[in-house]
Design a protein around this ligand. Structure first.
Ligand SMILES: Cc1cc2nc3c(=O)[nH]c(=O)nc-3n(C[C@H](O)[C@H](O)[C@H](O)COP(=O)(O)OP(=O)(O)OC[C@H]3O[C@@H](n4cnc5c(N)ncnc54)[C@H](O)[C@@H]3O)c2cc1C
Length: 444
């Protein structure tokens, strides 16, 4: 342990979840070292270590709420620098099953920017915190542990230019290296069992391109989100980001992927359930070449089910759970995980890993994961167990979506759930359920 009973932490990975973790660790640790293989300081462009950063990244209202709490004033800073701000129900234009949701003020903030823009703002706040240091352009090689392997004591890293290995001693190491994490293999090398994994294959493909719009497709809106559905499993998103640019992403599931040639992409966008994005692209100026990203399956590592786990090691972010990104939950789950981490740090000593991992599962991940499972399994081609409870939940969710296209109150309740502000049970509240049932026979 370091001075004053405080301790040293090393965060593996300086992307969104690593930055959120560093922010809360800084309140409890003497030093917080954030290690990443990429150059980070001042970087405003997509990074090699975060290839998904080229694709559209929506920030759910719950994630925005936590980010503003962790970094007071960051919303204003981002808006001044070019992010768009609006109301989740009032200024995001949602199409569900091809029908536009009625718009009304929900009080939930929709902050829209590119992923690198958000990351840069969060990163500069974290870098300014006392005790936080960044070790950039360093590869994380392996963990160090006590001879009995019951405790992780640090990590070995190598500078990319020199290749020289350095040992970073730490009282707490937190893995935020994303979906490609090596923690499962490292644990096995240390004599622990292989972590169980849950996977749900979705075969998702994204293609993204940036444009300058010559005519205004938005009006008072900041983004247009035409959601794919089992009837038409293709979607498109168009959002104002970083000043005068628009990001346009098209997606399809189960191998039906948008092409990357501009004409093919346009034809794909034309085939989604509403014309708004296609119309907007008619006279838009492309600013870059379309870029694809493939996401084969949602993946959840069930560390919380392990009977043994080394002291001094925690996991966060996509390294623990990576969810079908069409629900835009990843960064919000990472923010919820930082809140859980903060609670476990409050005792003043490094958290007990299994207690932390169990709370992470229940308090930060379950709700997002369950929403994804219910929705992805509504695609007949997605393989997975469909229990009677799941089928009943799906049937009600379909009714809610139908009613949401007809009624602003139901639309708001639905958006509260998908923004991870409220649990899905809130949709069964009698005030909502009565409206949902009454609206089933109403024409759209
Ligand atoms: C196509 C796509 C679209 C998405 N859209 C959204 C969205 O709309 N909204 C949303 O909230 N989320 C979205 N996500 C999810 C989001 O990107 C992640 O949840 C979020 O980035 C948190 O991830 P992370 O910080 O845990 O890991 P990552 O962002 O993957 O970062 C891992 C970091 O670790 C570093 N690293 C890894 N290995 C090493 C090593 N050995 N040595 C040194 N450094 C290393 C990398 O350089 C990187 O900086 C999307 C994901 C995908 C794939």
């Amino acid at each position: 342990m370091g001075d004053n009973g405080k301790y040293r932490a090393v965060v593996l990975g300086g992307s969104i979840s690593g930055l959120f973790a560093a922010r809360v660790l800084a309140d409890f640790c003497t030093t917080v070292t954030v290690v990443d293989r990429d150059a980070l300081t001042g970087v405003a462009e997509p990074r090699r270590g975060v290839p998904q950063g080229r694709q559209v990244h929506g920030l759910l209202a719950r994630g925005h709420q936590i980010i503003e709490e962790l970094f007071p004033g960051i919303t204003d800073d981002m808006v001044r620098a070019g992010a768009s701000i609006g109301d989740v129900a009032g200024n995001l234009r949602w199409y569900v099953g091809g029908v536009r949701l009625p718009q009304s003020r929900s009080g939930l903030t929709a902050l829209t920017s590119s992923r690198p823009f958000l990351e840069r703002h969060v990163r500069s706040r974290v870098q300014a915190l006392p005790g936080v240091e960044f070790l950039e352009r360093h590869d994380i090689l392996r963990l160090r542990a006590t001879p009995g392997r019951e405790r992780v004591t640090g990590v070995v890293v190598a500078g990319q230019e020199s290749g020289a290995e350095t040992v970073l001693d730490a009282d707490l190491v937190i893995d935020a290296t994303g979906r490609g994490t090596r923690t499962p293999a490292w644990l096995e090398e240390l004599g622990y069992p292989r972590v169980e994994e849950d996977r749900l294959k979705i075969g998702l493909g994204y293609t993204t391109c940036h444009y300058r719009m010559r005519s205004d497709p938005y009006g008072s809106d900041t983004a247009i989100n035409i959601i794919g559905s089992p009837d038409l499993p293709r979607g498109a998103i168009c959002a104002k980001v970083d000043g005068d640019r628009s990001v346009v992403t098209a997606y399809g599931v189960l191998g039906d992927h948008p092409p990357t040639d501009p004409e093919g992409l346009l034809a794909f966008v034309k085939s989604v359930a509403a014309p708004d994005v296609y119309d907007a692209l008619q006279d838009a100026e492309p600013l870059d070449a379309p870029v694809a990203y493939r996401f084969p399956a949602s993946l959840r590592r069930r560390y919380e089910r392990m009977s043994r786990f080394p002291q001094g090691l925690l996991v966060t972010g996509d390294a623990m759970c990576s969810i079908n990104p069409t629900y835009a939950q990843g960064m919000t789950v990472a923010a919820l995980e930082a809140v859980t981490l903060r609670r476990h740090l409050a005792s003043g000593t490094p958290p007990k890993p299994l207690a932390y991992l169990r709370d992470l599962a229940t308090d930060a991940i379950d709700r997002a994961w369950d929403l994804m499972v219910g929705s992805d399994l509504s695609y007949p081609g997605v393989e997975g167990e469909r229990t009677p409870e799941l089928l009943a939940g799906q049937a009600y969710a379909a009714q809610v979506q139908r009613a949401a296209t007809r009624d602003a109150t139901v639309a708001q309740a639905y958006l509260q759930v998908i923004a991870l502000m409220e649990p899905s049970e809130s949709l069964a509240h009698p005030d909502i359920a009565q409206r949902v049932l009454a609206l089933q026979d109403e024409p759209a």
